[in-house]
Design a protein around this ligand. Structure first.
Ligand code: SAH
Length: 215
């Protein structure tokens, strides 16, 4: 995501009642944000929020959170959500590195990672959202039966992710290297990046995986 400083972004987010800026205060009680307690799904690195806006309207029986690190990006999603409020969607300014400070064990039912930053240099591998370091955080906060879904057009990052999942003992539920030409793509909701990259002819890879059962 190209980062432009957006003047007033922090202030606009701070005063919006569909955004959360102190996620540590909600640890263990995220359901209290929503009108009713329902399965909790979240996208990490949600960008401008197109995917979640559509998911939240298609699935009123699910509560959604969108996490985004940068105010300059998050503010775009906040503006969109303010125009078309959805009671089952909140946006959170948070760095996924500190997930276990924001969520209690087993508090989340599904995690979506869409077009996560590739961090191409080896020495930055631990920053990739599908690295073993992040998988361990997801394992802690996912409820029994929960899983992650990951989409990217970056085949290097996809291969890396498959290796990390195997190393960490996760169960691969399915994967495809061409989602848009695969029956798995039925009902697929496109993200902003997915539209852009598939528009350039790049095939979209997708996987779903579940953490090892607690010992
Ligand atoms: N999911 C969107 C955006 C993909 S770009 C889409 O598919 O269109 C990746 C996004 O992840 C960027 O907006 C970036 O700011 C965000 N991001 C990167 N690292 C993050 C982290 N550690 N915590 C939260 N968000 C992060």
């Amino acid at each position: 995501m190209r980062l432009k400083n957006v003047p007033g972004a922090r202030e606009a987010i701070d005063k919006s009642d569909c955004a959360v800026t102190e996620p540590e205060l909600w640890k263990g009680k995220w359901q209290e944000l929503f009108p009713s307690a329902q399965p909790l799904h979240m996208e990490i690195g949600m960008g401008k929020g197109q995917f979640l806006m559509e998911m939240a309207s298609r699935h009123p029986e699910v509560n959604y959170l969108g996490l985004e690190k940068y105010s300059s990006v998050l503010v775009r999603a906040v503006q969109k959500l303010e125009m078309k409020r959805q009671p089952n969607l909140f946006l959170v300014r948070a760095d996924a590195q500190y997930l276990t400070e924001y969520f209690a064990q087993g508090e989340v039912n599904r995690i979506y990672l869409n077009f996560s930053d590739p961090w191409p240099k080896d020495r930055h591998a631990h920053r990739r959202l599908t690295s073993r370091q992040f998988l361990e955080r997801y394992r802690v906060l996912l409820a029994p039966g929960g899983w992650i879904e990951f989409k990217t057009d970056n085949t290097g990052l996809f291969d890396f992710s498959l290796e990390e999942l195997e190393q960490a003992g996760w169960e691969l539920l399915y994967f495809t290297r061409n989602l848009h030409a695969d029956p798995l793509g039925e009902g697929n909701v496109m993200t902003e990046y997915e539209e852009r990259f598939s528009g350039r002819g790049n095939p979209i890879c997708k996987l779903a995986a579940r953490p090892p059962a607690a010992v």
